[in-house]
Design a protein. Structure first.
Length: 283
């Protein structure tokens, strides 16, 4: 097979790759390798129709993302960023028994929306805090090695002290956390999102936080990204926010680069991708 006109595409989660982009790359496009585990930025159906395998980097960022989700959970629960600002703004004048009271983590109920690799890793971390773990994921079977109980979505929202999102972005999960879902959560609950921004309706979240219908939210992902500096969410003290850095550890990003490169090389050689999201291209 003549490979003189072969081309490859390595993409970031910020690159929107549709059929038009694929066609512009030419008939020699052999592989699209996404430097991410999620692939909602790529029109996978369009790639499959053109016989182009699409690769991703599952597993490489599981532990880094789970660590960060738990860091966000703890930061929001114990109001750490807010406390940091309080001191830096010169407002710390004395100690007081009611100063910056947070919500308890030990013994609380953690609800995981999505029980894939990252959800399971967060559940394992929660056991060290004696948390009760429940999860909603119609696609995952219980894991006997992890103490976690499957529940329906409504039960999860109503019983959880912390709701942490670990689901891919699909048409079914877009705005999964909307005004209705937020209204079912406890007033003392914290929402954590390290999945994809559009899983949460940002306007509904703003209203719930502003009106203190939930205790706090901690976001690594937003809709849009980056979040405009004049977005009303950024006026709130009960929001912790980070610039999509849950996988930003040296180890995770190095492993992601290695996996993405291996997908590229395999595609260029005409070999099966080590990590392919549309294996049906192989017939």
């Amino acid at each position: 097979e003549d490979r003189t006109n072969a081309s490859v595409m390595e993409t970031l989660l910020t690159d929107k790759i549709d059929g038009e982009v694929m066609d512009a790359a030419g008939a020699g496009l052999k592989v699209i390798s996404n430097y991410a585990v999620g692939f909602d930025n790529i029109d996978v159906d369009a790639a499959t129709a053109r016989g182009i395998p699409v690769g991703n980097t599952p597993g490489a960022l599981t532990d880094a993302t789970a660590d960060f989700a738990f860091a966000l959970l703890m930061s929001a629960a114990r109001r750490i960023p807010e406390s940091n600002r309080f001191v830096r703004d010169g407002r710390w004048k004395t100690w007081g028994p009611m100063l910056l009271l947070g919500t308890d983590i030990q013994g609380a109920t953690l609800g995981l929306v999505g029980f894939g690799r990252i959800g399971k890793a967060v559940a394992r971390r929660a056991t060290g805090f004696d948390m009760r773990v429940i999860y909603y994921d119609p696609n995952e079977k219980p894991d006997p090695a992890i103490k976690a109980t499957p529940v329906d979505f409504e039960t999860l929202l109503e019983e959880s002290d912390f709701v942490s999102l670990h689901t891919p972005l699909t048409p079914d999960t877009r705005h999964l956390i909307d005004a209705e879902a937020l209204s079912r959560m406890k007033r003392t609950a914290v929402l954590i999102n390290t999945s994809r921004g559009p899983v949460v309706d940002m306007d509904a979240l703003y209203e719930a936080l502003r009106d203190e219908r939930i205790f706090a939210a901690a976001l690594d992902v937003t809709d849009p990204e980056p979040l405009p500096t004049d977005h009303p969410l950024l006026t709130l003290d009960n929001l912790v926010i980070a610039p999509h850095i849950a996988s930003a550890s040296h180890t995770a990003r190095g492993n992601m680069a290695w996996m993405a490169a291996n997908n590229l090389i395999a595609g260029l050689k005409g070999e099966r991708l080590p990590h392919c999201v549309n294996p049906q291209v192989y017939g």
